[in-house]
Design a protein around this ligand. Structure first.
Ligand SMILES: [Zn+2]
Length: 235
């Protein structure tokens, strides 16, 4: 009887402990400085450990998984956003066209999964590719990263990694990104915490290009289709 009581109280404590997993606003918005696994693997520790295990397995097949982008701060994302906005503007796009063009592949600062230290963009470091490496054609057809993608299709989930922006035609939001992976055991609870945030004031700031056009409608749709327009494996 006593044993049973101890057991049930243990289970109870475990549930409480899980519910206590909390992420602060700064972490969720990319404004914290998380401790990385190491310099070459800019992910939070648990995700980095899983990544290293996956990397070792892939290496046995001659694939060298290389991170080209891991953690990205709010400020870095803002630079990317503002740069793209200015270029698109010079090319004659209207503000509305401009926003839609940027969010094909890039996020509003404060809404990137790269802010969490759980997400990475990867290539095969054994292949030499000139120019932009993160292009769909490099991962399909006779592209240099096809072997990597196929290996990841089969094996990534064993290590907790999934593609948020898959090529399911029913998915809305960001375009297909065969290079982008999320570490699900942490990215899922982070997303749950994230969607509860009221993030408008954190994002719509005057030093963000195009901020005047980020109205309630735009942001509601962006949340529904872009932030939540991800693989069901990550929800
Ligand atoms: Zn990415």
């Amino acid at each position: 009887m006593l044993f049973r009581i101890i057991l049930s109280s243990l289970a109870f404590n475990l549930v409480i402990a899980q519910e206590k997993i909390q992420y602060n606003v700064m972490e969720l918005l990319g404004k914290a400085n998380p401790e990385f696994y190491n310099e070459k693997i800019p992910m939070i520790k648990e995700a980095g450990e899983a990544f290293v295990n996956m990397q070792k397995e892939a290496l046995k097949e001659g694939i060298k998984i290389k991170i080209v982008s891991g953690f990205r701060s709010f400020n870095r994302q803002k630079q990317i956003w503002n740069r793209k906005f200015r270029i698109n503007k010079m090319n004659g796009l209207s503000p509305q066209q401009n926003l839609l063009k940027i969010i094909e592949y890039s996020t509003l600062p404060g809404t990137s999964r790269h802010h969490w230290g759980t997400d990475i963009d990867i290539i095969d470091g054994n292949k030499t590719v000139s120019g932009d490496v993160l292009l769909e054609k490099n991962f399909h057809g006779d592209g240099p990263y096809v072997k990597l993608r196929k290996w990841m299709d089969i094996n990534a989930k064993r290590f907790g990694f999934y593609r948020p922006y898959n090529n399911n035609p029913k998915r809305k939001g960001f375009k297909y990104e065969p290079w982008h992976y999320s570490y699900a055991p942490i990215a899922i609870p982070m997303l749950k915490a994230y969607v509860k945030l009221k993030f408008k004031d954190q994002i719509v700031q005057k030093d963000l290009e195009g901020y005047q056009y980020l109205n309630q409608n735009f942001l509601a749709k962006y949340k529904r289709e872009h932030i939540l327009g991800i693989s069901n494996n990550l929800k």
